[in-house]
Write a protein that binds this ligand. Structure first.
Ligand SMILES: [Zn+2]
Length: 242
């Protein structure tokens, strides 16, 4: 069995807006990547320009299709929707969602799990819930050897983020970041994947602009690991694994 990554996110677009570059890099190296999306992003708005074309298609169908196209571009082999509702991840669904993640871990046997950090990058409560519940699932089994949180370094934080988000956390110090993945060669793929989320055009446009200026590096915190030799800082998610 080859190298496998399980990515767990809350919404369609988290995969591309988040660690899309890193996922594209590993997929291009033959790593099998599966993605769990807790919701179909049904709380999102459809961009005005797309409304006519979308006719009477429901937002969750549009966003589901967008995620499938983005995943295909990134090289993600399989996407599974866990059928929760966007904006409604909370204690009431905790064990149900953890159980679905655990089933997937037992079936797929990934060496690595990737999710968003405990601040949910942008402070979105669904992101935070998925991060916590994924961590809980990781600790309930001994199958995956590493759990990574994608995070935003403080140096990339800027005050303008507060205008759009409710409260956008300020990010992490360099000393807290364990792992940096260079995705320079996969930037075009990441951009193309982001652009598949046309229903979220405003977000896509502003994020593409932001990412263009940023170094083509994804930042991670290796939160938990077992049976691996660890040497920080890392430049490879699979470092220390056979
Ligand atoms: Zn999201």
């Amino acid at each position: 069995m080859g190298r496998r990554i399980l990515a767990v996110f809350a919404h369609p677009d988290d995969e591309a807006f988040g660690p899309g570059g890193t996922l594209a890099k590993y997929a291009s190296e033959g790593v099998e990547i599966h993605l769990l999306s807790a919701t179909r992003g049904e709380a999102g708005q459809i961009d005005e320009g797309l409304k006519e074309k979308a006719a009477n298609k429901k937002i969750h169908h549009i966003r589901e299709e967008e995620l499938l196209r983005s995943a295909e571009i990134l090289g993600i082999k399989k996407v599974e929707f866990l059928n929760y509702i966007d904006g409604r991840l909370c204690n009431a669904v905790y064990h149900g969602l953890a159980g679905k993640i655990l089933d997937k871990i037992r079936d797929f046997k990934p060496q690595l799990i990737v999710t968003l950090d405990r601040l949910g990058i942008s402070g979105h409560l669904d992101h935070i819930a998925v991060s916590m519940i994924t961590t809980f699932a990781f600790k309930k089994t001994s199958i995956p050897q590493k759990l990574y949180y994608l995070c935003l370094p403080q140096k990339l934080y800027d005050k303008k983020l507060q205008k759009y988000f409710i409260y956008f956390p300020e990010g992490y110090k360099e000393s807290e970041i364990t792992t940096r993945i260079d995705y320079t060669k996969h930037w075009d793929v990441k951009k193309k994947a982001m652009q598949q989320h046309a229903s979220q055009k405003k977000d896509v446009d502003s994020l593409v602009k932001r990412y263009k200026k940023w170094p083509k590096t994804d930042h991670f915190i290796l939160k938990f690991h077992r049976n691996v030799k660890i040497k920080f800082p890392e430049t490879d998610l699979f470092a220390g694994l056979d």
